[in-house]
Design a protein around this ligand. Structure first.
Ligand SMILES: [Ca+2]
Ligand SMILES: [Ca+2]
Ligand SMILES: [Ca+2]
Length: 636
């Protein structure tokens, strides 16, 4: 519920907000000097110390899944800006990185085999490289079970020739089914193939959940080995209901899990038991109680189509790490969590909700528990109309204490606040972390439009980079760094975003240390400044293009304030924010290569032409350049 302190603001309330926080500060007897005590101290260290780099444990991926997330980590003793590069050191075929110059990336494989992938990190002086080995196994390496609800044979044992017909929660064979699955998991990876389509036509097979309280598929993993359990509703189908014949499927249908009433979920679990090494991929889930709820480390949720969930939200919800205050019972801190390539439409509550805890006890938070889940990738998802069917619907809601989160290349459209549900609905909302932890958030390449309130609202950040986002059609603030007097924002970098319309482009509150470069902030309605804020120190803003009004803060000498919003991008009416060839945003930005940033919204290498452009799009035609040469001096 709470975003920072669940404050509401618009262009009209900026001044009121400022007054509110002054009042809060007075009530809390906090002075500005007291707030400054929260500023992290940087140690004075000898120069030229190389960065510390970690690529995590060796990993295994089994087909038909092709995508694996790599969570790299890097820190530098002097806090030097770091540049990163993932490359393949050895392997049986080429691989594709979704973000070769970011610490967290998806790597996509086409061929089985053993791969060594390398992360090189440069601090401006030296490069340290570390490798991770990935073993990519054929689908046949897994113990397979099969589910086809329209199989007509009498014998059911989960084999390919005698698939389970009933697999829904509460079916008569449920205990035996999960005993078989858990026994198999003790010695091997397991995949359960759910028939993606019917034998006779390319339409989805379907499993119905029980009406009233219940669920469709309750994942009852009790085995605690590191073998992966994959539930796959997209890769195979049974072409013969009488004499089963399982064939590969590449069509667009997926096993449909339909939940006709009540709560609780279409697939996953709601008992807060920690279940790790689970992949859920390629199901269509729909119906009143059909939300997804799950958790666990080494968790993957991908290629799901979640739509028209109406009775309970969030539509897609990752379990909390701790129960609400005052109980504060430890449910488990999870890590290595991926949500990739999901389509989430017309839901209730948030589109994607990653629970952790809340920031203040009055909202149920457990500050004494500290930070919560870590290493999270939310990439390539499309979220449309969250909250349309009830309760406040942010597109992506990151709760308190989540560490090292990448939110990349998601499309978020039309967030809703249904009548009576209160609050606002932002494209992306994040509560941040408990000091002195670093957030290490990278929010890049997202396209957010039709937000009911703001593009994104970020609280309690400390070490967050926001770049290459396109935000338009919203009434509030495009990027709102909404710190709290008790939990301010620190060290936020805002680079090359395109924000059009709204009351203001970038807003800051209780934020100390924010760097803005190369942002195209234009079209604020009502004559408001494109950049403004309250209780903000360390605002460093330059090389931006602002129109038709400027900044409430001192803007650097390279920024341009332009009275007209026309002639900058291709088409404001249709949201085509590519620059026109004569754009005043072209070739006047500053190079941000030293910050580890090298591409534009569409993957184009920066710079094109003579210099970096302003905004999310670089004007030009050439594709991503090959990796830069790195001088390797360290590592193993
Ligand atoms: Ca260094
Ligand atoms: Ca069938
Ligand atoms: Ca350029």
């Amino acid at each position: 519920m709470s975003r920072c302190r669940r404050v509401f603001y618009s262009m009209r309330t900026w001044l009121a907000m400022h007054s509110l926080f002054l009042l809060l500060r007075t009530l809390l007897m906090l002075s500005s000097a007291a707030v400054l005590l929260f500023v992290p101290m940087e140690s004075v260290l000898a120069a030229w110390s190389p960065p510390s780099v970690n690529t995590g444990a060796d990993a295994v991926l089994a087909f038909p899944a092709k995508d694996l997330t790599l969570f790299g980590h890097a820190t530098d003793p002097e806090n030097d800006p770091l540049t990163m590069m993932w490359t393949i050191a050895s392997g049986t075929a080429a691989v594709r990185f979704s973000a070769p110059t970011a610490l967290t990336t998806t790597v996509t494989f086409t061929t089985t085999g053993t791969y060594v992938l390398q992360l090189a990190v440069n601090d401006g002086t030296s490069t340290v490289k570390r490798t991770v080995q990935v073993t990519v196994k054929p689908a046949s390496s897994q113990t397979a079970f099969y589910v086809d609800p329209t199989y007509t044979g009498a014998t059911q044992n989960g084999s390919a020739s005698a698939p389970w017909k009933s697999f829904q929660d509460g079916n008569a064979d449920q205990t035996a089914q999960w005993n078989s699955i858990n026994n198999a998991l003790a010695t091997n990876d397991v995949i359960i193939y759910f028939s993606a389509r019917t034998a006779d036509s390319d339409t989805a097979e379907q499993i119905l959940g029980t009406s009233g309280p219940g669920s469709v598929i309750r994942v009852n993993r009790t085995d605690t080995s590191t073998h992966r359990l994959t539930l796959d509703g997209m890769s195979k189908y049974n072409a013969n209901d009488a004499t089963p014949n399982w064939v590969d499927y590449i069509g667009s249908n997926r096993m449909r899990l339909s939940m006709s009433g009540g709560c609780c979920f279409s697939i996953g679990w709601d008992d807060n038991v920690q279940r790790d090494y689970i992949t859920i991929r390629g199901f269509e889930v729909t119906g009143s109680g059909a939300r997804i709820r799950w958790g666990g480390s080494y968790s993957v949720l991908e290629y799901m189509w979640v739509h028209d969930v109406t009775s309970l939200g969030a539509s897609v919800q990752f379990n909390a790490a701790v129960t609400d205050y005052p109980q504060c019972k430890d449910l488990g801190k999870n890590h290595n969590i991926t949500l990739r390539n999901n389509l989430i439409e017309r839901g209730i509550g948030e589109g994607i909700y990653i629970a952790g805890t809340y920031n203040f006890t009055q909202y149920g938070g457990c500050p004494s528990y500290g930070n919560t889940h870590s290493d999270i990738l939310i990439e390539g998802n499309t979220i449309r109309d969250p909250g349309m069917n009830g309760t406040q619907g942010d597109g992506i809601d990151l709760k308190m204490g989540l560490l090292n989160v990448t939110v990349r290349n998601n499309v978020i459209e039309n967030t809703h606040v249904p009548t009576g549900s209160g609050g606002g609905a932002d494209g992306i909302a994040a509560l941040g972390v408990f000091s002195p932890a670093k957030t290490n958030y990278l929010i890049e390449g997202n396209r957010i439009s039709g937000a009911t309130t703001n593009g994104m609202v970020l609280c309690s950040q400390n070490g967050t980079v926001i770049r290459n986002n396109v935000i338009y059609s919203f009434p509030g603030t495009g990027i709102y760094l909404a710190g709290d007097p008790m939990l301010p924002n620190y060290n936020v970098e805002v680079y090359n975003n395109t924000i059009y319309g709204g009351a203001t482009g970038v807003g800051t509150g209780d934020t100390h240390g924010v760097t803005l470069r190369n942002n195209l902030l234009f079209g604020a309605v009502g004559g408001g400044n494109e950049i403004r804020g309250y209780n903000t120190t360390g605002m460093d803003s330059d090389y931006n293009l602002l129109a038709p009004t400027g900044s409430a803060f001192a803007e650097g000498p390279h920024s341009i304030v332009r009275t007209s919003t026309t002639g900058i991008v291709v088409d404001l009416a249709t949201g085509d924010f590519h620059l026109v060839s004569t754009s005043p945003a072209k070739d006047i930005g500053v190079s941000l290569a030293p910050t580890g940033f090298s591409t534009d919204f569409s993957g184009l290498f920066r710079p094109q032409g003579t210099a970096w452009d302003i905004g999310a799009y670089e004007f030009g035609t050439s594709k991503l350049a090959p990796p830069r040469n790195l001088h390797i001096v360290g590592g193993n």
